[in-house]
Design a protein around this ligand. Structure first.
Ligand SMILES: Cc1cc2nc3c(=O)[nH]c(=O)nc-3n(C[C@H](O)[C@H](O)[C@H](O)COP(=O)(O)O)c2cc1C
Length: 199
């Protein structure tokens, strides 16, 4: 698949089949992530892949408990797209343990070496995560960027023995899609592009 086609159809997937994603495929996703641009090539990223139900189940319970107030007060009367997103997000949270793999994107505060800054951890992990989701799409694997599992960061740290100096930023759900990939809906280029000078 062409890279541009993968980008254009890389919809956030919140409904997955339960079939496991082979480790060989998951390793390809980490390969793609770690080819990304990053500050000064410091490569302060690390990736934790959680497939074990003994970890996913308690983490999923904690995530759901953390999200319950949000789902209970979910804004009503949203337009179709927003409503579908919220329904999908709730489905994903409720099926946390059934998602075949969760990839936690983490970073260390290592850049610049003489005065490490927090902001560079974000600059490190997000391009890598975007590479990962586009690579997954090209392989027919669905993903969803999420932040809500942050409610269970303490549990993940404990259950997975995550070193203290690794900061968690993004939690990517990974699995074979139960729904079709579709073209993403984004603003047209002409609405966000200016050549040389604003009028
Ligand atoms: C940093 C980041 C955090 C996100 N967090 C969540 C999340 O917690 N739950 C969720 O269901 N989707 C999450 N998303 C996915 C976006 O909601 C999604 O990309 C957006 O609604 C557009 O949908 P589309 O990519 O399918 O076109 C996140 C995306 C990004 C980049």
């Amino acid at each position: 698949m062409e890279v541009l086609e993968a980008m254009e159809t890389c919809t956030a997937m919140r409904y997955f089949k339960e079939d496991p994603v082979p480790r060989e495929t998951l390793e390809k996703l980490i390969f793609a992530a770690t080819r990304a641009s990053n500050p000064g090539n410091s490569q302060g990223w690390e990736f934790l892949v959680i497939e074990d139900p003994a970890i996913k189940e308690p983490v999923g319970e904690k995530v759901l408990a953390g999200m319950a107030p949000f789902f209970a007060s979910r804004p009503q009367g949203q337009d179709g797209v927003e409503e579908r997103m919220l329904v999908g997000a709730e489905h994903l949270a409720k099926h946390f343990a059934k998602v075949p793999a969760w990839i936690v994107g983490m970073a260390r505060k290592v850049y610049p070496p003489h005065d490490p800054q927090e902001g560079f951890m974000h600059s490190t992990i997000y391009p890598a995560a975007q590479n990962l989701i586009v690579a997954a799409r090209s392989l027919g694997v669905g993903t969803c960027f999420t932040t809500f599992p942050g409610h269970a960061e303490a549990e993940i740290r404990e259950l997975c023995n995550v070193p203290d100096d690794l900061h968690m930023f993004v939690y990517i759900a990974v699995g074979y899609p139960e729904r079709p990939f579709r073209p993403v809906k984004r603003k047209p280029v002409e609405e966000v592009l200016t050549w040389n000078r604003y009028a």
